[in-house]
Design a protein around this ligand. Structure first.
Ligand SMILES: [Cu+2]
Length: 134
């Protein structure tokens, strides 16, 4: 237990692994019979970093998408890596960058949705997102 805790601290304090904060995480379950939910939050890193992978033990896959408006029509496309410039909050929000949650398991009313975030620097963190219904 102590060993695991120490290893985590080292990973979180590595030279490039400066603290990363995630604020206001919310999870929107799929609407109706749909199978794709969404998640939004603001993420900020103290040093230049990037998110190389999002996942969840409660979903088949988690993709990061950007919203693109072309000829007045909004569409979205997956981006591979989410850049986190130092000390710059990056907002994931409806109509912008967002997470698509593929085939999520249903949540109980008082449950939160876990999201695992893997950074290029080697740091990983798990964020519990509040359930939010539009
Ligand atoms: Cu999307």
């Amino acid at each position: 237990m102590c060993l695991a805790a120490t290893a985590f601290l080292i990973a979180a304090c590595g030279q490039r692994g400066a603290p990363v904060t995630v604020s206001d995480p919310v999870y929107r379950p799929p609407l109706g019979a749909g199978s794709v939910g969404a998640a939004y939050f603001t993420i900020e890193s103290a040093s230049d970093d990037s998110v190389v992978s999002f996942s969840s033990p409660m979903a088949a896959a988690v993709e990061i998408h950007e919203t693109v408006v072309e000829n007045g029509r909004a569409s979205m496309r997956p981006i591979g890596v989410l850049e986190l410039p130092a000390r710059t909050p990056v907002a994931l929000e409806p109509g912008g960058l967002h997470l698509m949650i593929i085939d999520p398991q249903p949540l109980e009313a008082d449950q939160t949705f876990p999201l695992r975030i893997e950074l290029e620097s080697g740091v990983t963190l798990t964020v519990e997102s509040e359930l939010s219904t539009p």
